[in-house]
Design a protein. Structure first.
Lengths: 431, 162
């Protein structure tokens, strides 16, 4: 099967055998050769979010990022934001091991090779010991093939070929618009702290879980019950923002069946919101008024009324505009995945909006969250179970009878089928 | 009345023992009603409201968290882990001369927690700081802050309090 793949390329016929109607072969989660192929064929060609321009506020700022397993340095060059492979061109040392910083020049700690923010090599020690005319221009930092930004968000692509960013985003660009439109001053600023959680499972497990509206009643039974117990004991008014989020997972199945699931080309999807459109806090009116002053009342109401829960931008990230939270999913190996969660301050909005976003982001992304701990456990159980021969196929057939329609209940697994359609298209297409 | 080192040590060790034994009701009773329990992300983090944290709980959230740990369907804690906490290097940083709400006893300690689950033991190390308050029943915890040495790193699922 795909374990016979050479040079990281899986045979087209093998991929066809792995993705079937409403099911996938379990090896897509467990086979290291398939993971290698994903790094080359999928992460090597899809647009991957790297970060946000507010992570580079000042001259000479940089941060490190990743596409697949490629480690990158992101900084401002004379021609705009640039992303370089994080590798000194001398002996290959990683240039930056900090997550972020400020550097007038990038200086390799090994022999002092020095690069500027355009990636140009400026100086090497003992230059006279090289063959005539040491070619500085041949030893610049290597840029990734393409980098584009959309409304302040930075995306990278390791391949020079393929659709541009806007084509790739398709209707998901409206989610990014949703983020920025919520700032009365049209500017988002990344918050300094980030969440990082990790699980011993495949990166696709997270993409398959986050728009799943059937699992909460079962996976999150313990946190739903905990929130309900507090409400019983102290009254509904005692529920903090965090407890209200825990409780919201307990909505009946019928509610989720009536909410809509939307899918788009390239594997993306989003579901309708289920946490209400208005932030339940006293400063919401202040926020609403500021947004109305900036954009007009009608437009402000439109913006505040966009009721989208999570947007999954395949294969890189998840986006929650109401709470200005964006999470990047980082594949480390076939059975190890990291994530980084960013929260944004909307410039011009009152502090209470950020407070609500922080409370949401803690509850939705901390590995200590009573909600997330159970998701991480289940990703790991799927990895363990899929390694044994208790069946070859993983079912993703829920709601498949409705696939011909343009509307889908949020309980349909159509978004997973959509992800694998995109996956198969990338994996079958040789470089 | 100021607190003695022995008294503070006894309280903190008692707290650790209750957590080791998963005696959550008794553990919650050590905390005042307006208590906070904070596990920051950034070293020296000053703000739990406008910055992210691994945990930032008020008392009611602490109660919900512990309720969950004993629920029949707590998947990340089934089977439950076993943990042991070594609390050491207890110091009193400041000690008000007045009782009650007029001042807190500020104390610090170092914590190593080992947790065993599913054939693996993992370890956590932290500097812990406390605001303690003297009430009619003795010293109680008004605030606990756990600065994990790996707070900025990738965290695997965390279930039990530190």
């Amino acid at each position: 099967m795909a374990s016979e793949a050479k040079n990281g390329q899986a045979q087209a016929m093998d991929i066809g055998a792995l993705v079937d109607d409403g099911r996938v072969h379990r090896s897509v989660y467990t086979d290291p050769a398939i993971f290698e192929a994903e790094m080359t064929l999928l992460f090597g060609r899809a647009w991957i979010v790297l970060g946000h321009e507010s992570q580079l506020p000042g001259a000479n700022d940089f941060f490190t990022a990743a596409i697949g397993r490629q480690k990158l340095i992101v900084t401002r060059s004379s021609g705009g934001i640039a992303a370089y492979y994080n590798r000194c061109t001398h002996r290959g040392a990683a240039l930056c091991v900090q997550e972020r910083g400020n550097a007038y020049r990038f200086v390799c700690p090994y022999h002092g090779w020095t690069f500027d923010h355009d990636g140009q090599l400026l100086g090497v020690p003992a230059a006279n010991e090289y063959a005539e005319g040491f070619d500085y221009s041949a030893h610049g930092l290597r840029s990734i093939a393409r980098l584009e930004t959309y409304r302040g968000f930075i995306f990278g692509n390791l391949s020079a070929e393929g659709p541009d960013l806007l084509t790739f985003l398709g209707p998901m660009r409206t989610t990014i618009d949703d983020f920025v439109d919520r700032a009365p001053e049209d500017v988002l600023e990344v918050v300094g702290t980030v969440h990082r959680h990790r699980y011993r499972g495949n990166w696709k497990a997270q993409f398959e879980n986050l728009n799943d509206t059937v699992h909460p009643l079962f996976s999150h039974a313990s946190s739903i019950a905990a929130a309900e117990a507090i409400a019983q004991k102290y009254g509904d008014a005692a529920l903090t923002r965090e407890l209200a989020i825990m409780r919201a997972n307990g909505k009946p199945m019928k509610f989720f069946q009536e909410a809509q699931m939307n899918v788009a080309p390239f594997g993306h999807s989003f579901i309708e919101g289920h946490m209400g459109t208005a932030h339940a806090d006293p400063d919401f009116e202040v926020y609403r008024n500021r947004l109305a002053a900036a954009r007009g009342s009608e437009r402000a109401e439109q913006i505040l009324g966009v009721n989208r829960h999570l947007t999954l931008l395949y294969p890189s990230s998840t986006w929650q505009a109401r709470f200005l939270t964006m999470k990047i999913i980082l594949p480390i190996s076939v059975d190890l995945t990291d994530t980084i969660t960013y929260v944004f301050r909307a410039r011009g909005a009152p502090d209470s909006l950020l407070e609500a976003c922080i409370a949401y982001a803690n509850m939705a992304n901390s590995s200590a969250s009573p909600i997330i701990a159970d998701d991480l456990e289940l990703y790991e159980r799927c990895q363990i179970g899929n390694r044994v021969d208790g069946g070859d196929w993983v079912s993703m057939a829920r709601g498949i009878v409705g696939d011909g329609s343009s509307e889908h209940p949020s309980t349909s697994e159509v978004y997973i089928r959509n992800q694998f359609a995109a996956w198969a298209a990338f994996m079958k297409d040789p470089m | 009345m100021a607190a003695t080192l022995a008294e503070v040590q006894a309280l903190l060790i008692h707290e650790s023992a209750l957590l080791d034994d998963e005696c959550y009701s008794e553990w919650l009773a050590l905390y005042s009603d307006d208590a906070t329990y904070w596990v920051p992300i950034a070293p020296g983090q000053g703000d739990p409201i406008h910055e992210l944290s691994i945990i930032y709980d008020t008392k009611v959230m602490m109660e919900a968290r512990t309720f969950r740990l004993t629920h029949a369907k707590v998947h990340s804690h089934s089977p439950p882990s076993r943990s042991v906490r070594i609390l050491s290097n207890v110091q009193i940083l400041s000690n008000p001369s007045l009782t009650g709400a007029d001042g807190y006893v500020k104390a610090s300690a170092k914590l190593i927690m080992l947790e065993y689950r599913q054939n693996e033991t993992r370890s956590f190390g932290a500097s812990v700081s406390y605001d303690l308050q003297r009430g009619p029943e003795g010293l109680r915890i008004r605030a606990k802050r756990v600065d994990l040495i790996n707070s900025t790193g990738s965290q695997e699922m965390i279930s039990v309090p530190f």
